[in-house]
Design a protein around this ligand. Sequence first.
Ligand SMILES: [Fe+2]
Length: 273
Amino acid sequence: MDEENKLSRKTVLKAALAAGVAAPVALIGGPALARTSAAGGAAPELTPACHDDDDPTIAQTEGPYFKPNSPERTSLVTPGTPGTRLTVTGYVFGRACLPIGRALLDFWQADVNGAYDNTGYTFRGHQYTNAQGAFTLSTIVPGLYPGRTRHIHVKVQAPGRPVLTTQLYFPGEPRNNTDTIFDARLLMTVRDNGSAKEAAFDFVLDVPQTPTSTRPTSTSTSTPPGGTSWAVGTAYAAGTRVTYGGRGYVCLQPHTAQPGWEPPAVPALWRAE
Ligand SMILES: [Fe+2]
């Protein structure tokens, strides 16, 4: 399979952004549209693509401030917490770019002043991805402390697999250029939303996956060349070929077709052939 034909999340996201697609996530259960709804508007810097031969997310040092036994919670803030509100969303994928449900994410970070809570659990919390492999963290933009650029620490673990310890970074930070730990592969996509910020990052864990194992039985392997006609209500697997309006399309991610999601209208779901 050549580069053009690989299912690239970056390609999907670019197409979706260009089209301004913002469909409700719950109706789709698909990664790209969820990201699209979070990253609409001005084109942001995109997070790493995910396709079958992608390298896993790189590991980084844990640093001196990790504490085990953090509380399970998706929000690290209360209404009175000082700091710029930040929402981090993303997915956890395996090597075949399939989402990993019930993956553990344990976040810890500095407060607005650049201080870690080493006695309690302020700005520490763990959570699990949902069945679609998605997570959401509500927090603040961490403050700076000497010697480091701005970052969020995280441990990520698929069920029964080794822990990945790494850090997430913010684009455009002056200290990114001087922090020897910083790695651009760990940059989040960050955009403003009023006075708050919305960030996105997808993890790729070194977890073997069989690309067809979680797909519906009506895969493209049984679809005749050229594909059948696109139809509302049909559950399409990634790679399925259909025809619509006399043109052929390839499904980019699993979904059930809805009115308004005709292939030409949703480049996040269908690529014209
Ligand atoms: Fe740190």
